[in-house]
Design a protein around this ligand. Structure first.
Ligand code: PEP
Length: 258
C-alpha cells in the first residue's frame, strides 16, 4: 500500500502571534507553485497561543496545503483542570492533529505511557489524528535496549485502540539524542527501528494495519537529510523541530518528500 508522506513542523515554545502569521504565510508562499495533490501532508504545530493566528492565516489563504496541529492536549473533556486544553477545544481552534508523548513532555512534564494512551483515545474519539512520539535516550541505546523500549512505548500507547484507529494514527520515532542536537540518526538505522515499530503494530493488530500506519522519523531533520530519509522503505515522513522555524528550510524539507 502506498502511504502518503507526512511532514510535520513542531514549533515548540517559539513564535508570538505575529511571528506565527509571518511563518505560516511564508511557508504558503514557498509552496504556492506546488501542486497540492503532489505534496505530502504538511502540518504545522504552533504553541497554544498562536493556534488562532496560524489557523486564520491558513484559512485566509484557502489553499488547503497546510494543516494545523497542537503540541499537546489533555484527555478529559472539560472541568477543573487548570492550564489544560481538551481535544474538543483544540479541534475548535482548527487542529486536525495533536502531537502526544514528545520526549520533552515526557522528560519535563511527567507525561507517562498511560497518559499518552488516554490522550490517543481522546484524540481519535474526536476524529483527530494523534502523532504519537517514541524514542530512546543515549543511555538506553548504549545499553542495547532501544528496540525493547520503543516496542514497549508503542504497545502501551495503543492499548484499547481498534485496528481502524491505529491505521489512521501517526507514529514519530524520535531518538532523544538526535532531537535538537544536530546529530541525525543514520537513515539505515532509523529505517530499521521504524520497520521494527511496524512489525510491532503487525503483531498487535494485523498486516493491513501495519501497512497503513504512517511512521515518521524525527531528530535534526534538515533539507540536506530528507531525501535520503525518504528513500528508505519504512520512513513515511518527518517530524521537524528547529528546521520548521524558517519557511524556506521547512519548505525545502516538504519538497524533499515529494
Ligand atoms: C522535535 O522536536 O520533534 C525535533 C525533532 O526537533 P529537531 O528537528 O530540532 O531535532
Amino acid at each position: 500500500m502506498a502511504r502518503r508522506p507526512v511532514i510535520a513542523g513542531n514549533w515548540k515554545m517559539h513564535n508570538l502571534q505575529a511571528d506565527a502569521i509571518a511563518l505560516t504565510n511564508g511557508l504558503m508562499a514557498e509552496l504556492k507553485a506546488e501542486d497540492k495533490a503532489a505534496l505530502p501532508e504538511v502540518v504545522i504545530a504552533p504553541t497554544f497561543t498562536a493556534l488562532y493566528a496560524a489557523n486564520k492565516a491558513l484559512t485566509d489563504c484557502g489553499c488547503g496545503k497546510v494543516k494545523l496541529a497542537a503540541q499537546n492536549c489533555y484527555f478529559e473533556t472539560k472541568g477543573a483542570f487548570t492550564g489544560e486544553c481538551s481535544v474538543e477545544m483544540l479541534k475548535d481552534a482548527g487542529c486536525e492533529y495533536i502531537i502526544i508523548g514528545h520526549s520533552e513532555r515526557r522528560e519535563y512534564f511527567g507525561e507517562t505511557d498511560e497518559m499518552v494512551n488516554k490522550k490517543a483515545k481522546a484524540i481519535l474519539a474526536n476524529g483527530l489524528i494523534p502523532i504519537i512520539c517514541c524514542g530512546e535516550s543515549l543511555e538506553q541505546r548504549e545499553a542495547g535496549v532501544t528496540d525493547y523500549h520503543i516496542a514497549s512505548q508503542i504497545t502501551k500507547a495503543l492499548i484499547g485502540l481498534t485496528a481502524e484507529e491505529v491505521a489512521k494514527s501517526i507514529i514519530a520515532y524520535e531518538p532523544i539524542w538526535a532531537i535538537g542536537t544536530g546529530k541525525t540518526c543514520d537513515s539505515i538505522e532509523a529505517n530499521r527501528v521504524i520497520a521494527m515499530i511496524r512489525n510491532t503494530v503487525k503483531g498487535l493488530y494485523d498486516a493491513n494495519t501495519a501497512d497503513a500506519i504512517r511512521i515518521l522519523y524525527g531528530g535534526s531533520v534538515k533539507p540536506e537529510t530528507i531525501k535520503e530519509q525518504m528513500a528508505q522503505s519504512d520512513i513515511d515522513g518527518a517530524l521537524v523541530g528547529g528546521a520548521s522555524l524558517k519557511a524556506d528550510s521547512f519548505a525545502q524539507i516538504v519538497k524533499g518528500a515529494m
